[in-house]
Ligand binder design. Sequence first.
Ligand code: ADP
Ligand code: MG
Length: 254
Amino acid sequence: MSAAFMLEVENVTKVYRLGRIKVPALRGVTLAIRPGEMVAVMGPSGSGKSTLMNILGCLDRPTGGAYRLDGEEVGKKSDRELASIRNRKIGFIFQSYNLLPQLTALENVELPLIYRGLPARERRRRAEEALVRLGLKDRLRHSPRELSGGQQQRVAIARALAARPEVILADEPTGNLDSRAGEEILAVFQELNAEGITLVMVTHDPNVARHSERILRLADGRIVSDERVRPQERISARELLAVLPAAEEGVNEK
Ligand SMILES: Nc1ncnc2c1ncn2[C@@H]1O[C@H](COP(=O)(O)OP(=O)(O)O)[C@@H](O)[C@H]1O
Ligand SMILES: [Mg+2]
C-alpha cells in the first residue's frame, strides 16, 4: 500500500517547555511530500528546521496538528509503535555523524539491525554491502577516529541504508565537510533518490539546496516559501565532482 504522500504534516505546532517558559518552535506547519521527492529545508538558525525533522522522523511528537507517515497517523501511536515505524521506514543522518567511537565501521552499521531482529549473518551481510556501496570496502574495521569526516558521514549513511528505509532525513549532513567530501555525500543522496528513496535534508547552503528538486524555507516556526528548483538550475553532484579539484588524501578511495 502506498499513500499519495509519504510525509504529510497538517498545521503542526511544537512548543517546548523550559520550566515555566514556553518556546514555540513550530507555529502551524502544513506540508506534503510525495514518495520519491528530494526536498531541501532552509532557514535561519532557530527557525525550527531540526524540530520539524525530528517530528518527520518520529523522534519527537507534535504538540498540535497531525502527521501522517506513508498514510499512517503517527500522533495516535504509542512510543513503542512509533519506534517500530521509525526503525522500518526512516534513516536519519546528522551533521555530527553520531557514530559510536568504540565500534568499528562495520559494527556501527550492524548495530541498528539488531533492533530489527535480523540474524547475525544477515546483519553482517547487509552492513558490508552498504559500506561497500559507500566506497568503504577498505575501511570496514576502522574505528570512526581513523576515518575522515567524509568517510564517517558515509558510514552513517551506510548505517541508515542497511535498514532499507523508504525515507532519509538528513539534518545538515554536509555541515562539517569540505566541499569535495560534501559533494560526495550529495552524489550518494541523488543516487538514492533516483532509486526512489524520499529524501529531506536541512542545509544552510543554497548550493547544497540546489541539489534537490524542491526548497522549503522556514522562518520563526513557519514555512515562508516552497519552491521547485528548475531542472536547468538543479546541480548534479556527479557532474560537479568531475570538475572539482582532486580529493583530499584517503577520501576518494572508491
Ligand atoms: N529541546 C528544546 N528545548 C527547548 N527549546 C528548544 C529545544 N529544541 C529547540 N528549541 C528551540 O526551538 C526553536 C527552534 O529550534 P530548532 O528546531 O533547533 O531550529 P533550527 O534547527 O532551525 O536551528 C529555537 O528557538 C530553539 O531554541
Ligand atoms: Mg538545527
